[in-house]
Structures are given as C-alpha cells and as structure tokens.
Design a protein around this ligand. Sequence first.
Ligand code: 1HN
Length: 347
Amino acid sequence: MQSQVQDTPERRAFYEKIDKCNMTALWTVMSALITPEPKSGCVPFLWKFSEIREAMLEAGKLITAKEAERRVLILENPGLRGQSRVTTSLYAGVQLVIPGEVAPAHRHSQSALRFVMEGSGAYTAVNGEKTRMEVGDFVITPSQAWHDHGNMSDKPMFWLDGLDIPLVQFLDASFVEHLGQDEQPIARPEGDALARYGANMMPVGRARGGATSPIFNYPYSRSREALERMRLSGEWDPCHGLKMRYINPETGDHAMPTMGTFLQLLPKGFTSARYRSTDATVFSVVEGRGRSRIGDVSVEWGPKDIFVAPSWKPIVHVTTEDAVIFSYSDQPVQQKLGIWREDRGNA
Ligand code: 1HN
C-alpha cells in the first residue's frame, strides 16, 4: 500500500481552508479510493429458511399483502445494515403471499427477479400475461413492467425477490407508479411468452429487442431436466460443477440487463476449485446439502437456505448430497462496463 502522506501544521491548515470551499486534497484520500483489491462492507452470511419462514408467517398475521403492498422481509447483509442491501449493489428479500391474497399492480424502474422457494400455483402477472409459479421457477419482472401477484392456491407461497435497488438508487433513476387496481388487465393467454421464445425459435415479424428477456418464467422442470441430461456427459467444471446461465433468447445475453442469473448442479461429494470474481453473489439452495467456505467464513446449507458471497472472496463449495443452487449477481453490469474479473486459480 502507498504510504500515507505526511501531515504538517501548514498542510492541515490548508485542508481546513479548502474544506470551507467544498474541496478536498486527493492525496489525503487517494489510497481509499483506488484500492489494490475490492474492499467491501459486504460480508459472507447465510439465512436459514426455517428462521425466515417463521418470521414470515408471523408477518402474515400482522399485515396483509394489500396493506403492505408487498409483504416482504428484507435480507440485510450484516455489514450493510439499514441500507436494504444484500450486496453493495443488490437487494434481496423473501415474499409471502397467503391464499386468497393479492399484491396490487405497480411498476418501477427497478428490475426484479423471483425465485420460488415454497408453494405451488400462485401467479404473477407481467405486462398482460399471467404465469403460475412452482418451486424453482425463475420469474422476471422487467424494468417498468406492470406486475401484480395473487395466490389462488390453498397454501402460502414464499419466494426470493432479487432487485437492483441499490444500483438504481446509486444512479438516481428511481420511478414507481401504482395502477390503482389490484390486477392488471390480462391481454395474452398463459404460456404465450414461453411458446414464442422458449422453443429455440422466435417469432418472425417486427423485432422486439428489449433489454430484458421476453420469457418471464423459466420453469424449474425444464432447467432441472437440462442439468440432469448434462450430467450424463460427466463434464464437470472444476469451479462450478454444471452451471447454466439464464439467457435472453433474442440476444444470448443475460436474461436481465442488471442481474445475472444462474442454476448449477453440484454432485454429491464434490469439492469445487477455489474461485473468486468481482460480482458479489446471492445463492439460493433448491436441493441438497453442503457447506461453502467464503473467504474465512464457513456456511452450512440445505434446501431453501440463502447465502451471500462478497466480491473477490474465494469460494469453495463442498457437497454431501447432489445439490442444485440458483444464484444472481450484478455480473452483466460489470461485464458491460468492462470491469468484471474472475480468478479460477489453476482450474
Ligand atoms: C416489489 O415491487 C416487489 O413486486 C417485491 O413483488 C419487492 C422491494 C422493493 C421495491 C419493490 C414485487 C420489492 C418491490
């Protein structure tokens, strides 16, 4: 590290003088601005689903989804408390929709992802189309898309919400509107988007070309089947096992412009090669058990647990069962800015 610039009475007097003019000498802060490696308040942490679930059911007795607008408990990184952040750039929360409830229609500039943890058959409507959700489904609400949720099933539904809130906040680009009715008008039959864009084909005609994938529900049944097929080849990545990136079928780019989303299979008894990257990542376990060493912290995980790895902290996963893990990060943003870095060691 660069040595600290010497303080002298003359210099200190100068700093105080320019301070009154809203100026600061770069040489007094430079080493904090450009660090040799990422330096983050974000720390590794794991939330047990059993604890989340219990708190959520208690919240369910305290407030309706309608009054709350969204009944969500925010997962706050212990190193970033009070900021509604799970990582420096991203938000995570767990949402509960009880049978018979609706979360009213609104839209905002923040993009949102849902990853279903428990329940079956609750729906979300996005841009005039409804989709019923099952465990492991990855569902997208693009920036400025109207969305409302409802649960016509007979069981509570829990899902993980991932949003780019801190990123949008940083850019001072937040807008929200309320539709003024619980449910948005439905204009397309259920399954329309997946039929148009989810069959390795796309409609011929006027180009759509949005920043977000036109598919807004990537069903777990399909993604899981792909992973199971792939394992037959036995081609495991030393760092990631079998890791798939959700894509926008129109472009091959990430499914969402601000959040990269992934699903990976790690077989029983797998120890991953040490890996680090500059995109702090939120992991949501679907199946299986194991533990992960993140920097010098160890977390033990099972189904539905959620854990977070900060930027550039080395990660090693060890499984005791076949495991399937969903994850998201700000990787697409960093890649577009040309600053994303990964370190696979020698793997
Ligand atoms: C939001 O719109 C949802 O639509 C969930 O389900 C969580 C957190 C902050 C701001 C908006 C949703 C949210 C949110």
